[in-house]
Design a protein around this ligand. Structure first.
Ligand SMILES: *Cc1c(COP(=O)(O)O)cnc(C)c1O
Length: 384
């Protein structure tokens, strides 16, 4: 037992020390708000990192999703397809626009959107003459979806992809940055993500006109006039200059953060990959996962202990662990929405939700603390 049980989190902020310098610059120039040079620079730096032309810094990833959905023209009653295994923000943004979400299952190889399920969903929508305005593809737990087949299928029907890359900044797909493959890409800098501004997000795209439109809407849609004139509905969605300064300091160490998270994964993998009934989230061969979170499935009939028991034992030691995201097609909020499983009678996300477990995975998780997590898990599995 630990004497002072400092909580071990799934994913906590990890500052580099460089953020402070950028914040000070903002203070010295009194560019605390509204926008300012850090915002401009942070946008350029993220765009360069992702290999896209345009970026607009926002106060959350959810805001970025909302603007992307408005850019593709989602209006009340329009359908939008979306990965079912995701955080609710992906679906909420569709509801903000009055859209009607239809959820698509994941596939076993990457735990991301199933091309087979998407194909079926689009073919049915085509027959019903109600194609979606967009497909929101979520890149889960630090790994890209298999974008080429998804892009091909969407291309056949002329439907754009919005990549929800909130969890996958730093990941790659066939050498390209995750988040840069769809028509629009969305990053999040929320406190639990791989880098954080305490709260923030970014919309990226090669569609410069779209990015400029998003920037306009995000700044209360102010017409170019002296007297605060408005012809369109706008939002207060921009990122502050101070927070953009934190983001710049964080972005400098992103690659180190990816390495650290992957090292955390490797240690768990070494400890438990041989255990019957334990299966780690696969890393598909099309790219690099950041292993934002280490995620695995626990099948009690094979390893003798269930996920709930493991979470309880870890919680007693003040260690945070959780099931995977509860799929959107199972959420009370979204009851009645359509859903396409990976195969007939085969819902991969339901299975993953039943057995999946997220372990503490922060880039600042010390080897000592991870040792405690591993020891706890060993005690559950082997009774030692
Ligand atoms: C975190 C997250 C978001 C939302 O980002 P915020 O910055 O918290 O608004 C959206 N989608 C997914 C998949 C996320 O994990």
């Amino acid at each position: 037992m630990r004497e002072t049980k400092k909580r071990i989190y799934l994913s906590s902020p990890h500052m580099s020390g460089r953020e402070q310098q950028y914040i000070e610059e903002a203070f010295e120039s009194n560019w605390i708000a509204p926008l300012g040079q850090h915002v401009d620079a942070f946008e350029k730096e993220i765009a360069a990192y992702a290999g896209v032309i345009g970026a607009v810094a926002l106060n959350s990833g959810t805001a970025a999703l909302h603007l992307a959905l408005r850019l593709v023209g989602v209006e009340p009653g329009d359908r939008v397809f979306c990965s079912t295994l995701t955080f609710v923000a992906s679906a909420n943004a569709i509801l903000y626009q009055g859209g009607e979400p239809v959820f698509v299952d994941c596939e076993p190889g990457s735990w991301n959107m199933s091309p087979a399920a998407l194909k079926q969903a689009l073919s049915d929508a085509w027959e019903e003459e109600k194609l979606p305005k967009a497909v929101v593809v979520v890149n889960l737990y630090g790994q890209s979806a298999d974008m080429d087949p998804l892009l091909d299928i969407c291309g056949d029907y002329g439907v754009p992809i919005i990549e929800d890359a909130a969890e996958s900044l730093g990941a790659t797909y066939k050498g390209k940055a995750s988040g840069s493959l769809g028509k629009y890409g969305v990053f999040s800098f929320n406190g639990n993500k791989i880098i954080t501004t305490s709260g923030g997000g970014m919309l990226v795209s090669d569609d410069l006109e779209g990015v400029e439109k998003a920037r306009f809407w995000a700044t209360q849609a102010r017409d170019p006039a002296r007297h605060y004139q408005h012809s369109e509905l706008g939002y207060n969605y921009r990122l502050s200059n101070v927070l953009a300064g934190i983001g710049r300091g964080q972005l400098e160490v992103l690659d180190e953060r990816v390495k650290a998270r992957r090292a955390v994964f490797e240690r768990y993998f070494e400890a438990f990959s041989e255990v019957e009934g334990i299966t780690f989230m696969p890393e598909a061969d099309f790219g690099r996962s950041t292993r934002w979170l280490t995620v695995l499935t626990v099948e009690p009939e094979k390893c003798g202990v269930g996920r709930e028991k493991i979470i309880d034992v870890l919680e007693k030691e003040n260690i945070e662990a959780r099931p995977l995201w509860k799929p959107m097609h199972l959420q009370p909020l979204l009851e009645g929405c359509g859903y396409y499983p990976h195969g007939e009678g085969e819902s991969v996300s339901d299975w993953l939700f039943e057995y999946g477990l997220c372990l503490p995975s922060g880039s600042n998780l010390s080897e000592e603390d991870q040792g405690l997590v591993i020891a706890c898990l060993r005690s559950c599995l082997f009774g030692d």
